[in-house]
Design a protein. Structure first.
Length: 383
């Protein structure tokens, strides 16, 4: 038997551990299955993003290791590293070494699995998200039919669930996250201590420990993706995610660049699946109202294939209304960021374009949108 090969009984114990860790790691996601999907979920973007989404009919799932703010992933992994260090602190030397070596996952673990994420929010007019994800308030928020787009993402054309796709609301409870990590760690540490009693060669011990590290890291990363720091709780994030094993990269992989970085992403073709998924476009409070409204309208008219929506006796119209911007609980974005000033609140209005359906004898598609003359009026444009 090669020096790095594990005896069958040892491999069997590791396989059993993987099954137990999998059960713990999937317990929390299974609890979310009964959670109702928000009626409308919103995706924040800038003007180029709005045009691209409407022109292509696709949304992008980005590799989580290349998110705009990778600290949100490091947060969960950091909690796991801290919890493991505390659990191992009073244990034997091999447990402390194991915990110290696990710190290498703090800066990412691309070798663990492939994770791609698409972020939405229950709030379509949130000040913090305008600033962070929509060109400092000069962007747009696209509102999609929550239950319908979730069904389209998580199931194939025949209605069969896609095993690599999941969707869920993000949790902001650190206590819940620590509780899950504690259960995982309590399963792994006894096997770490048992390594010296198995009669393995030094090379086989390394193979054994690598397996334990990777098994724990897999569940840590998957669990961490369900959580964010409580300071982001006002975002009310709702995530679509693709997960595939490290040895099975996803098909349809695409690449785009930003300075000195090549980003991996997958495309979700929502438009082909159901053009009626898009329900509203909210113009950011930092955008000049007439310009933002006209740009939204022109993009809809140029790229959104309303003619292809085959519903009996209906034609699309555009409804325009004003909505008071929500005042969320402010939270610091990062140290020294002026956006973290808790005195700042949303004070501007957001314009909303709502594609709706009317009887074909009713209102038709307008030649151009009209802005309301009064801030709190609600109008429907007519042809």
């Amino acid at each position: 038997m090669p020096d790095d090969e594990l005896p069958p009984e040892v491999q069997k114990s590791l396989d059993l551990l993987d099954t137990e860790l999998e059960a713990i790691g999937t317990e929390y996601p299974s609890q979310l299955q009964g959670t109702p999907t928000p009626p409308i979920i919103h995706h924040y973007t800038d003007d180029s993003g709005l045009r691209g989404i409407l022109q292509s009919g696709k949304l992008w799932l980005t590799d989580v290791f290349y998110l705009n703010d990778p600290s949100e992933l490091r947060y969960g992994v950091g909690i796991a590293i801290e919890t493991l260090a505390r659990a191992a602190a009073g244990g034997p030397l091999e447990q402390r070494i194991f915990a110290q070596d696990f710190r290498r996952y703090q800066d990412g673990a691309e070798g663990v699995a492939h994770y791609f994420v698409l972020s939405f929010s229950e709030w379509g007019n949130d000040l913090c998200q305008w600033r962070a994800y929509a060109d400092n308030g000069r962007g747009y928020s696209l509102g999609f039919d929550g239950p319908a787009i979730e069904k389209a993402f998580c199931n194939d054309a025949t209605g069969v669930p896609i095993k690599e796709h999941i969707s869920f609301p993000v949790c902001y409870s650190e206590a819940t996250l620590r509780g899950i990590f504690t259960k995982l760690i309590n399963k792994v540490l006894p096997l770490v201590s048992a390594a010296g009693t198995l009669g393995l060669s030094n090379t086989a011990v390394q193979t054994y420990m690598d397996h334990l590290h990777l098994s724990l890291a897999l569940q840590v990363f998957r669990t961490a993706l369900f959580f964010k720091h409580y300071a982001y709780a006002s975002e009310k994030e709702y995530r679509f995610m693709h997960i595939s094993p490290a040895n099975n990269p996803p098909t349809g992989l695409n690449f785009r660049s930003r300075p000195h970085t090549l980003l991996r992403y997958l495309e979700f073709d929502w438009l082909t699946l159901n053009p009626a998924l898009l329900k509203q476009i909210i113009v950011g409070p930092g955008t000049e109202p007439r310009m933002g409204l006209r740009f939204s309208y022109d993009c809809l008219k140029a790229y959104f294939p309303v003619i292809s929506v085959r519903l009996p006796n209906v034609v699309p119209v555009v409804k325009v209304r004003l909505s008071q911007a929500k005042e969320p609980r402010a939270r610091p974005m990062r140290p020294g960021d002026p956006f973290g000033d808790h005195r700042q609140r949303a004070t501007m209005l957001a314009l909303i374009l709502e594609p709706v359906l009317a009887n074909e004898d009713g209102v038709g598609v307008p030649a151009r949108p009209e802005l309301p003359r009064h801030r709190h009026d609600e109008h429907t444009t007519a042809a």
